[in-house]
Write a protein that binds this ligand. Structure first.
Ligand code: 3YP
Ligand code: ZN
Length: 369
């Protein structure tokens, strides 16, 4: 069966403004710059590599449809959508709430298409029209909690898709595995008390947001035990991520037996990323993808939906993303041109601190049933 793929031209039109992260400010002597850290060109370049590599011929393109208010309000307070409507209608848009999340004029439409892209792919996978797929959406979602926007994220796309799978498509159990390098705090918040969505976040410990992402954050009430954090020390590379995947993620998915796996697929754990300090290469992302795709075959008939999260290297993200797409299609097209250079940097051994961090998170898997 075919592999679904979502991209929409408007994802590349997200207007991140003239700031580099915070808004540019003459008073603060913070110079304007053409490329905000979250400028959508990085993701557009991934899409263009999907096209230029020939991978698109092995994918079934799926049209994103705007998420409805009902879709958004399954996981966010209604005031959030109202606030985004107001900001999006301003002549130049504005800050979506935290000083770094820009919503340009009309940006609401893009954010709704982003969440809606995740929904459409999820729907087609669950209904058996495609076997699995990649939603290359923008803006990202995993920092957005119930209450609002945060950390470049407007709506929590993976959670909107998971809620749709639960409430509209009738699934009983969904797992969200988030390998973006930052903590998936928004996803954790949304499903905090709900055991029907298992949330797992692999992240660089205490990178962003502040003071969150500890292994002790496990959910509450009926949801206790169904949120798993795997905080890793800075500097981790392919070996650390591979070990976390084998020792925590795969056993947790086997224990939980979800009917669908959604991957929050950020590439900011890459060795070239400016917003974190990890060292994963395209080959490392390929290995993570292979492992979790195989795991989905074991636990949920291969139903797996990758949803794009962060990643800020316009140079390298396209090759990290392509490696994941190649594992979905099982067709090799373009080799990572950076590989030989990058593999001479830093080595790739599992260090003691990394092993210990993963081993302590692995203890949490016992309580999943
Ligand atoms: C948001 C503001 C500072 C760090 C940045 C992280 C965005 C991201 O990729 N989250 O997954
Ligand atoms: Zn991130």
């Amino acid at each position: 069966m075919s592999i679904g793929y979502v991209w929409n031209t408007l994802y590349g039109w997200m207007d991140t403004g003239t700031g580099s992260m915070m808004g540019a400010s003459v008073g603060a002597r913070l110079q304007p710059i053409t490329h905000h850290l979250a400028h959508p060109d990085t993701k557009r370049r991934f899409h263009e590599l999907v096209c230029a590599s020939g991978q698109l011929e092995h994918l079934r393109s799926i049209q994103a449809i705007k998420a409805t208010a009902e879709d958004i309000n399954r996981v966010h307070v209604p005031e959030h959508l109202q606030n985004m409507q107001r900001i999006s209608a301003l002549p130049a848009g504005g800050d979506a709430g935290d000083g770094v999340t820009m919503l340009g004029n009309g940006g609401l439409e893009i954010a709704l298409l982003s969440a809606g892209g995740a929904i459409e792919l999820t729907r087609k996978v669950v209904q058996g029209e495609v076997s699995s797929g990649y939603a290359l959406v923008n803006p990202p979602g995993h920092h957005a909690p119930r209450q609002g926007a945060l950390g470049f994220c407007v709506f929590n796309n993976t959670s909107v898709a998971a809620a749709y799978a639960r409430e509209v498509l009738g699934l009983k159990r969904v797992a969200i595995v988030d390998w973006d390098v930052h903590h998936g705090n928004g996803t954790q918040d949304i499903w905090w008390q709900d055991p029907s969505v298992l949330t797992i976040s692999l992240h660089q410990h205490l990178c962003y947001p502040a003071n969150l992402g500890y292994t002790t954050e496990r959910g509450e009430g009926d949801g206790h035990g169904y949120n798993l954090n795997v905080p890793l020390p800075p500097g981790g590379g392919n070996a650390a991520y591979r070990y976390a995947m084998e020792k925590v993620v795969v056993p947790a998915l086997h224990a939980y037996q979800p009917e669908l796996i959604i991957v929050g697929s950020g590439f900011d754990a890459s060795i070239m990323d400016p917003l974190a300090r990890m060292m994963v290469t395209a080959a490392g992302f390929r290995n993570l993808a292979r492992t979790i795709i195989d795991c989905a075959k074991d636990v949920c008939e291969g139903r797996i939906v990758f949803v794009q999260e962060g990643g800020y290297s316009p140079h390298y993200l396209p090759f990290c993303g392509l490696a994941v797409i190649e594992e979905l299609t099982q067709v090799r097209t373009v080799a990572d041109p950076f590989n030989d250079f990058l593999t001479t940097m830093g080595g790739d051994e599992l260090l003691t601190a990394e092993r210990e961090a993963v081993d302590s998170a692995a203890k949490l898997v016992r309580d999943i049933r």
